[in-house]
Design a protein around this ligand. Structure first.
Ligand SMILES: [Fe+2]
Ligand SMILES: [Fe+2]
Length: 280
């Protein structure tokens, strides 16, 4: 069984140091096979914020834990026009990771991260034709039994927000990205951006989605809370067609695990196993 700690939207510059310390203590104790951080490392892409984010990543790597990261829209400078349009992710590459589309694998997992942050939109994301090719290439070949995971900051789909049936925007070229993901047999889509945690079968959200399980992370450490949700991160256990998810949410002075949910893959779709319950 492979274990993943899925953090997102850490937003250094608007972070809570007590929560950051608690995340690190959790990681040191649980020692996942992989730590995924799905973007928005900083609040405004300033150098001092990147330095703090860099120290956070360094401390995790110093524990001997691998980190797979992708940038978010907040990691592109907003007001510095030269940086935004000429070198939009220069600081991200300098302080976090030179590779904007990292790949990691072990005996059980194949994990590909894609950068969806762009200079020409403030919040919205995009996927390029080259990145779609990357999806097909990364997951090509004989990897029977491995769980295939695609990590982006912006979710590929329009996501439900609130209780009124309102939907978020989709990433540019999302239809093609869905096709590439489905063709490549991606099992799990990890993302953040909305600071809301939930898990759903992609087919319940959008048509032609392919057989993927969508796992959204809340904000792990920032004080930018939305929808009444506290800081949280996902603990994921994956093993050959079975995935367990536990959302650890901040409660006053510590992270508390929520009710675990288990999903089984039948070769075509993910199903919530009856013994567990998952929040929408
Ligand atoms: Fe964010
Ligand atoms: Fe974001």
């Amino acid at each position: 069984m492979a274990t993943i700690a899925h953090l997102s939207d850490v937003h250094f510059g608007r972070h809570d140091p007590e929560v950051v310390a608690a995340v690190e203590a959790f990681l040191a104790d649980k020692r996942p096979n992989l730590v995924v951080i799905s973007g928005d490392f900083t609040q405004r892409a300033r150098v001092n914020q990147y330095k703090e984010a860099c120290s956070f990543v360094d401390r995790i790597e110093d524990m001997g834990l691998p980190v797979l990261a992708v940038p978010g829209n907040h990691d592109v400078p907003l007001y510095d026009v030269v940086q935004r349009f000429v070198r939009p992710l220069h600081r991200y590459k300098r302080f976090i990771d030179d590779d904007l589309c990292p790949y990691w694998e072990n005996d059980e997992l194949q994990v590909l991260g894609l950068n969806t942050a762009r200079s020409f939109t403030i919040k919205d994301g995009s996927i390029s034709l080259e990145q779609m090719q990357l999806i097909r290439e990364a997951f090509r070949g004989d990897a029977e039994g491995k769980t295939r995971i695609l990590v982006t900051h912006h979710p590929l789909f329009a996501m439900p927000i609130g209780d009124e049936g309102e939907l978020t925007k989709v990433v540019k070229r999302h239809t093609d990205a869905l096709l590439a993901s489905a063709e490549a047999g991606v099992h799990i889509l990890l993302a953040g951006h909305f600071h809301r945690a939930y898990t759903k079968s992609a087919r319940e959200i959008v048509e032609n989605a392919g057989p993927a399980l969508v796992i959204q992370a809340g904000t792990a450490t920032s004080t930018r809370l939305r929808g009444g949700e506290q800081q949280s991160f996902n603990w994921i256990e994956a093993h050959r067609g079975s995935v367990g998810i536990e959302v650890h949410a901040w409660e006053e002075d510590r992270f508390e695990p929520g009710k675990p949910a288990s999903f089984g893959y039948d070769g075509e779709n993910w199903h919530l196993k009856p013994a567990s319950a998952v929040s929408p």
